[in-house]
Design a protein around this ligand. Structure first.
Ligand SMILES: Nc1ncnc2c1ncn2[C@@H]1O[C@H](COP(=O)(O)OP(=O)(O)OP(=O)(O)O)[C@@H](O)[C@H]1O
Length: 696
């Protein structure tokens, strides 16, 4: 017996269109697209209603799933049908244990068993920390590699463990990560061009994206940028649907969705769940975790797993959960949201010692009862309700359109990723304008401090100070720009790489080349304001060289920032590490410490200091062969230097050509690019391997 709906709950959703008719395999891709295009002609007016639009997503995906393309030759490995077929997932005795530093064992998942059926929406519910995400990770075989973690259990697809290999699956993570300056259409188009078969024409991919946008209910936001904390973009619900859309590009059989409604208002949450429900109706196997849904969302669940402290409390048809609790003497009051009731029963009440004890006792009883039931009925394996496959689901596993791994050539990947980096870099006008202002302001401030310096012995200290300040400012502003952006970008890239959407090299090269003009613009701006104000050596050749030295130092610093950003686990960590390390390079930047006097142990630091090489290059450029002006009537100070060469002698730079500083900074830049590339490559997301349960 299910609880009655909560009064005031959302009105019933409009009925969904019936699932698309099953078409026998062997139809062509052109036919598939035809259906998509033709279908859209009828459906377009309905997209004004986002609920209907979301529900229609099914038809598009379904059409792709069920028909084959003429453009997709059998020879490319996707014979007989684009679509992944029916996938039934079963698992038993899943255990995730973590050995903590003190030697104790933390049971994250404690012998969880269950199943998910094609054409049924399975929800995993439980209080925070109960293991919902861990179970999804385990089922997706994406348990992040962690020291001390052990992952055991049995997992089968359509009754076979071998079915897991190459299974087209999608995992929509809880947080929606995108390049913020790209629009909805651009993001989906890129995903389509990377992950759909190359034999499908570009125009067809674009058309497909348009249909997908419409059916995701994103038509009104097609050309809206995703946005970020600084710039308002699409709503959170739209972001979630965009995440789902990106994962659906390759029409996966199995879809995992972690907390799809978290952070959404009830209307948006319902729309997202409708989208999932539609996919289920088409025969996809959808498993989602959810915290505490409203009753209308609970009513969409076909099957339910209740987790508490990593243990199963219930696993079976959603509508029977209340009955199961009733047999334990836990009666759901009338007119009460069943999801809320269930959540209350399996939550630990920590408000007082007494209530904690009482709730813990109740939870233990529920776990024991379920274990007992499971052992008696299924030899320890709780299986969800026998699934009735919807009429549209084909029996047996069919070949797939794509397993989501990139299908694009190296050059294609590079072009797509270059374009994305370019758009991300140039469109962020607010950040670029702020950086430009900061550089201009710094140049004006330093320009006034060192205003119109004369080329005399009296200004040697000022000029050295100015050159050191220029080297430090160039390095710091480039470093900060990079480390404030790259760690977040790295997270998006790591996620995309986990899906094998593209390689590191095309991404990294595309990024470096696309960002070249923006990386160059700010130091050029800084120098263009500073140089004329301060009256440094006005010879055109020296001016050009100064700009070149600053530019190269800026690139080297940006490359150093990439290394920091790739090592640091978070943006905050990068922001702490970067300036602290740069401070060492400042101390050994040529002005405060003479490299010749440094102990053997520290000799490498000035050599690695991009500031030192920048400063050295600027000094040689400014002083080499530069006579000092006569100062009639001025008192000649004791020890005053008579020309620029003497300054360089004093600095121990007299035998150094500018080329040495240039080559050194170029080497530092290339070294950090190489290091970053290798760190990115090595830091591929790694997952725990599932081992069989100990008893088998
Ligand atoms: N890699 C890990 N290292 C340490 N503890 C972990 C790890 N993974 C999971 N845990 C712990 O396992 C428990 C379950 O975590 P999980 O994220 O699966 O819970 P959840 O039900 O999804 O929680 P929420 O609803 O808050 O997201 C938590 O106590 C969590 O701290």
């Amino acid at each position: 017996m299910a609880c009655a709906q909560t009064p005031g709950a959302q009105p019933a959703l409009p009925p969904l269109p019936p699932p698309a008719q099953h078409t026998p395999p062997g139809a062509s891709l052109a036919v598939m697209l035809d259906v998509l295009l033709g279908g859209a002609a009828i459906a377009v007016p309905q997209y004004q209603n986002p609920l209907l639009a979301a529900s229609l997503l099914l038809k598009a995906i379904g059409a792709i799933r069920r028909r084959r393309a003429p453009g997709v030759a059998d020879g490319d490995g996707r014979a007989d049908g684009i679509a992944p077929g029916r996938v039934d997932l079963d698992w038993a005795e899943l255990r995730l244990t973590l050995t903590l530093k003190d030697g104790s064992l933390k049971k994250i998942l404690d012998g969880v068993s269950g199943s998910a059926r094609a054409g049924r929406l399975l929800a995993i519910m439980g209080p925070s920390g109960s293991g919902k995400t861990s179970l999804l990770n385990a089922l997706a075989r994406q348990v992040p590699k962690t020291k001390g973690m052990k992952f055991t259990g049995r997992l089968t697809v359509n009754g076979s463990a071998a079915g897991l290999d190459g299974l087209p699956q999608a995992y929509v993570q809880q947080d929606d990560l995108f390049f913020s300056q790209l629009t909805v259409r651009e993001i989906l188009t890129m995903a389509a061009h990377l992950r759909l078969p190359p034999s499908m024409a570009d125009a067809a991919k674009d058309e497909y994206v348009e249909r997908l946008i419409a059916k995701l209910g994103l038509s009104n936001s097609t050309d809206t940028r995703v946005g970020d904390a600084k710039t308002r973009g699409i709503s959170n619900g739209e972001k979630k649907r965009l995440s789902i859309g990106c994962e659906l590009i390759h029409s996966p059989s199995l879809i995992f969705v972690d907390e799809p409604t978290t952070g959404l208002d009830s209307f948006q949450a319902e729309k997202v769940m409708e989208t999932l429900k539609d996919l289920v109706r088409d025969g996809h196997t959808v498993i989602c975790s959810i915290h505490q849904p409203r009753s209308s969302i609970f009513a969409m669940f076909d099957d339910l797993i209740l987790l508490c402290e990593g243990r199963t409390v219930y696993s079976g048809p959603a509508e029977k959960a209340i009955d199961h609790f009733a047999t334990m003497g836990l009666q759901c009051p009338a007119h009460y949201n069943p999801a809320e009731f269930l959540a209350d029963q399996i939550s630990l009440d920590t408000s007082s010692d007494e209530s904690r004890e009482k709730s813990q006792e109740r939870i233990n009883k529920l776990v024991a009862a379920w274990r007992e039931k499971g052992v008696n009925s299924n030899n320890g394996k709780q299986i969800a309700a026998p699934a009735t496959a919807p009429a549209t689901v084909e029996n047996g596993v069919k070949a797939v359109v794509s397993n989501g791994v990139t299908q694009a050539t190296w050059l294609r990947q590079f072009r797509l990723l270059f374009r994305r980096s370019w758009r991300q870099a140039v469109r962020d006008k607010a950040t670029n304008a702020t950086r430009a202002m900061i550089n201009i302001n710094s140049a004006i401030v330093f320009g006034f401090i060192y205003f119109r310096l004369k080329a005399t012995s009296a200004t040697v200290q000022d000029r050295l100070g100015l050159l050191q300040v220029s080297a430090v400012n160039t390095a710091m502003s480039s470093l900060m720009k990079t480390i404030s952006v790259f760690p977040s970008e790295k997270t998006v890239v790591a996620r995309e790489r986990a899906k094998r959407s593209y390689g590191v090299l095309p991404y990294f090269l595309g990024k470096l080349i696309a960002e070249l003009p923006i990386t160059a613009a700010f130091p050029v701006l800084f120098s263009a304001v500073l140089y004329p104000m301060t009256g440094l050596n006005p010879s055109p050749q020296r001016v050009a060289r100064f700009f070149g030295i600053v530019l190269l130092e800026s690139f080297a610093s940006s490359a150093f920032g990439l290394t920091i950003g790739s090592i640091a686990p978070t943006k905050d960590a990068a922001l702490a590490m970067g300036p602290a390390m740069m401070l060492i390079f400042i101390v050994f930047g040529g002005y405060y410490v003479n490299a010749e006097n440094v102990s053997a142990l520290l000799k490498w630091i000035p050599k690695a200091s991009l500031i030192q090489w920048g400063f050295q290059g600027m000094c040689v450029n400014e002083f080499k062969g530069a006579p000092f002006e006569e100062q009639p009537g001025a008192k000649v100070r004791r020890g005053a230097m008579k020309d620029g060469d003497e300054v360089l002698q004093w600095l121990s730079y007299d035998t150094m050509p500018i080329s040495r500083a240039v080559v050194a900074n170029a080497r530092i830049m290339l070294f950090h690019y190489w290091l970053t590339y290798n760190i990115l490559k090595a830091r591929k997301p790694q997952f725990e391997k599932m081992e069989p349960p100990p008893e088998s």
